[in-house]
Design a protein around this ligand. Sequence first.
Ligand code: ADP
Ligand code: MG
Length: 638
Amino acid sequence: MALIQIAEPGQSTTAHQHRLAVGIDLGTTNSLVATVRSGEVDTLPDVDGSHLLPSVVHYGEGEVHVGSRAQQFSVSDPWNTIVSVKRFMGRGAEDISGKDEHYSYTFAETDSAVPRFKTRSGDVSAVEVSAEILKNLKQRAIKTLGDELSGAVITVPAYFDDAQRQATKDAAKLAGINVLRLLNEPTAAAVAYGLDTGNEGIIAVYDLGGGTFDISILRLNKGVFEVLATGGDSSLGGDDFDYVIAQWINEQADFSDADDPAFRRLVMQHARSAKEALAEHDSIAINIDAQNGAWQGTLDRSKLKDLLTPLVKKTLMSCRRALRDADVENEDIREVVMVGGSTRTLIVREMVAEFFQCEPLTSIDPDKVVATGAALQADVLVGNKPDDEMLLLDVIPLSLGIETMGGLVEKIIHRNTAIPVAKAQEFTTYKDGQTAMAVHVLQGERELVSDCRSLARFELRGFPPQVAGAARIRVTFQVDADGLLIVSAREENSGIEASVDVKPSYGLNDNEIESMLRDSIEHAEDDMHSRTLREQQVEADRVIEALDSAIASDGDQLLSEDERVQIDNARQVLVETKSGSDVDAIEQSIKQLEAASEVYVSRRKNTNIKTAMQGHSIDEYASEQSLDAKAAEAKVEE
Ligand code: ADP
Ligand code: MG
């Protein structure tokens, strides 16, 4: 989640000579390369005139095929033909086990943290497969332009985390490409349109590709793009359209061999061709004639609409959430940029137009718009365009906060806050005499520490003992332009400080982020209950603490045996109810304990006054009361 500068003033040196830089859209389904030539930006075709390179790699006998040549093998040799490799970038072996039943390759048994595909040419990682695609595009650029390549801007989904971004960089390195910068795909699309029209206002970028859906809400203002919110679904795209259509074909045809991987891919290919043709035609004939089965039928737009509506609705739910996160209404959106091949499907355009109540922008080819924006930025970054200066602000994907008593999380920076940002909040001590505080930094939307992700812990030690609630500890969260979080804590009365550096997105992939968000919505009610329960339990602990420390100091003098037994009984009831989950019962027990100790409390007050009159201050008395500092630390740090 780095701050992305479209142009760095220092890098925009006056270049005398044009340097070759390209933009690469490394897509799940298709990849493209684009460049700026004589002030014109365009994607580059291969020798056959095709701009889109299918992101497919085939490991053949002694040679590796990429693109449509590799695609030809996806039916005849599925095990050695890797498609949608982007879905595996930066993923650990544990992320893929058992999921995604519509892939038909095998993974090698390996100790390595990274999954490796078993192929005829040995086991290969997602990085190596992606590198093959990048090499192919690099060759295309060099052949077409007859020049050395200075560098490339490669695009990644906005949701990509550090590991996925790093994997993309590794693939580029393996392909011998100098990465000028990784750029978020929706941002690239915004750059492509923003530079063309110079429009200001809030825009939505709706990117429905083959394997992923991304929605981004951007604010475009005087050449500055600010990402207000991002959202989406990392496993929803045209592949799923194909899957739904293939299922329908299977039902219509009643194929008995529908599970055979090669046949399944064949049916998927027919589904996809039919879907794509329906962008132009009202209906299309499907003719499957294979050993495993034969079927002839027709798919028309209205049937397609029935099949795809639930999937498109799912994307609109993500849009609604992103709008909410950005704190804007549907009608605030001035423009909707359509990105990705799947936005060619009519029903997608219609439903998006209806949702945002405006006609989406499609003037730049939705396949090419990302590569186009990337090329424009690459051109700026190598210094071919001296004067551009655009800044893109990024957002925090999940809320950041610290642990408070009772295992609760207090959020300090909320998700989707634009970075850089700094926010501070004051906390206090829980116990008398406490001289240390443990700061536990967490990430996530849930209320309980156990449901959030732990990022770091540190301690603030050695501030002077004070009564509970008197210390003022200011905790500051600062997220810099590169997404690096620094958390610092300062006890204001003494000036004692401590801090820690954290990487907020460390180890989180997009699926995890998504599932954490989903969880927070699903568990909102439970969480509310847990929160009140914990708060009540903390309160019970506090009452017991205070009572115990009072009794330890003067219980013997001030209480009769009978009174003592009554208080002890009430205390015992509270100890029992507080370990349960009945919030009302805990509240009741607290009240009962307070009632039982009422006489004792007033007797203590009188004694206090007497003590004070004998030349002792109440303050002194309070500090006698305080627990020894060591014990307090131990409790709070556990
Ligand atoms: P990615 O960003 O995942 O690489 P693309 O933006 O290239 O994906 O989009 C690929 C998807 O677009 C595929 O699912 C493909 O079937 C779909 N697609 C391409 N052309 C059309 C079309 N004319 N109508 C509907 N879908 C299309
Ligand atoms: Mg794409």
